[in-house]
Design a protein around this ligand. Structure first.
Ligand SMILES: Nc1ncnc2c1ncn2[C@@H]1O[C@H](COP(=O)(O)OP(=O)(O)OP(=O)(O)O)[C@@H](O)[C@H]1O
Ligand SMILES: [Mg+2]
Length: 338
């Protein structure tokens, strides 16, 4: 494990420095597979930090190492200033974890679930009850508190999961893809809950495959690919890298492309690009809706037959293309399947 020999002497912590998480050169191998391959991460206290990457990038592995569930093969990590390899018990006392798959019991009610978690954490019956009531309020589940979790929507279930991981008000909370598979409304509800947590002083490390989610919640984003951090930036920094929102127009007749380029150029914030093969013109825009309206009107006035026109927000895939020169394997697989 290199030459690191521990104790830096700050309050008995292993080098506490205002970072809730600090990971350097993390390695994790599963047989031949390098799930983490020199992964670095720093998360400032009191923030939401996004860990953004496609399927298989190593997000869950990183979270599992930082939450002491699996052992690292190399490198070094501290959480709340404590070395995860040497002081796992103390780390565990300061963290919460919501896994990729919900851990709550379907048969019990929301309240019973939280009371059970409270007792698991040795709160004692009375305090467990109090804490359950508090958390049900906080996560907007009071009305559904005494319903069986089997009847909860996906969003309610994730919120209950978040509540369960907050029983002891952890200093650092790991959320592994908290909204994957949720509909847009439930996703919004979970986002609200996460914001409330951070307002209370919890630091959140959130993994996600959605640039939009990281953008909405995180003040900083680390992009992970094949077990390595390939970018570390603010959401705006990442979006600038891919050029922000884009307008896209697809025309029926390829011969109309020059006219579309001209119309788009008037509203765009950079050179329009034309994909002749797909009869498609696209360009970055700042004032999204105004740009869309103006281009649609101009093309209609000119009698250009438009097949499709729309606005596209940059996605993880766009970020990947810029950073790595290739798309995520997932999107390639999806395209191959079409
Ligand atoms: N227990 C394990 N045994 C063998 N290989 C594993 C194990 N856990 C993870 N891997 C492999 O390590 C790599 C990283 O996996 P990980 O689950 O960390 O990715 P992820 O970013 O969380 O992906 P997803 O978005 O699908 O959850 C993958 O190639 C995965 O197949
Ligand atoms: Mg995962």
């Amino acid at each position: 494990m290199g030459g690191y020999d521990g104790y830096n002497g700050y309050n008995g912590y292993d080098g506490y420095d205002g970072y809730a998480v600090r990971a350097e050169g993390l390695e994790k191998r599963y047989g031949e597979k390098r799930a983490l391959d020199g992964f670095d991460l720093t998360v400032r206290e009191g923030t939401v930090h996004g860990l953004l990457g496609p399927n298989g990038a190593g997000k869950t592995t990183a979270v599992r190492i930082l939450s002491t569930l699996v052992r690292l093969d190399g490198g070094r990590a501290t959480v709340a200033g404590l070395d995860v390899a040497r002081r796992p018990r103390e780390v565990r006392a300061r963290i919460g974890l919501t896994g990729q798959y919900a851990a709550v019991d379907e048969v019990l009610t929301g309240r019973q679930n939280l009371e059970m978690f409270g007792r698991l954490f040795h709160l004692g019956g009375r305090r467990a009850k109090l804490r359950a009531t508090e958390l049900l309020e906080r996560f907007d589940l009071a009305d559904a508190a005494d319903k069986g979790v089997g009847d909860y929507s996906g969003g309610m279930r994730r919120r209950l999961d978040l509540a369960a991981s907050m029983i002891l008000a952890p200093a650092v909370l790991f959320l592994d893809e908290p909204t994957t598979g949720l509909d847009p409304r439930s996703r919004g509800e979970v986002w609200e809950s996460v914001r409330a947590l951070v307002a209370d002083g919890t630091t959140v490390l959130l993994t996600t495959q959605y640039l939009e989610e990281a953008d909405k919640l995180a003040s900083h984003i680390t992009v992970i690919d094949q077990g390595r951090a390939i970018a570390d930036d603010t959401p705006d920094g990442l979006k600038n890298l891919v050029g922000g929102d884009r307008i896209e127009v697809v025309v029926a007749e390829r011969s109309d492309i020059p006219r579309v380029v001209k119309a788009v150029a008037r509203v765009s914030d950079g050179e329009p690009e034309a994909d002749e093969g797909e009869s498609r013109v696209h360009a970055p825009v700042v004032d999204r809706v105004a740009a869309l309206t103006e281009v649609a009107r101009t093309l209609q006035d000119e009698g250009v037959q438009v097949e499709d026109i729309g606005l596209r927000r940059p996605s993880l895939d766009d970020v990947f293309l810029r950073l790595t020169g290739h798309r995520t394997d997932v999107s390639e697989a999806k395209e191959a399947a079409v």
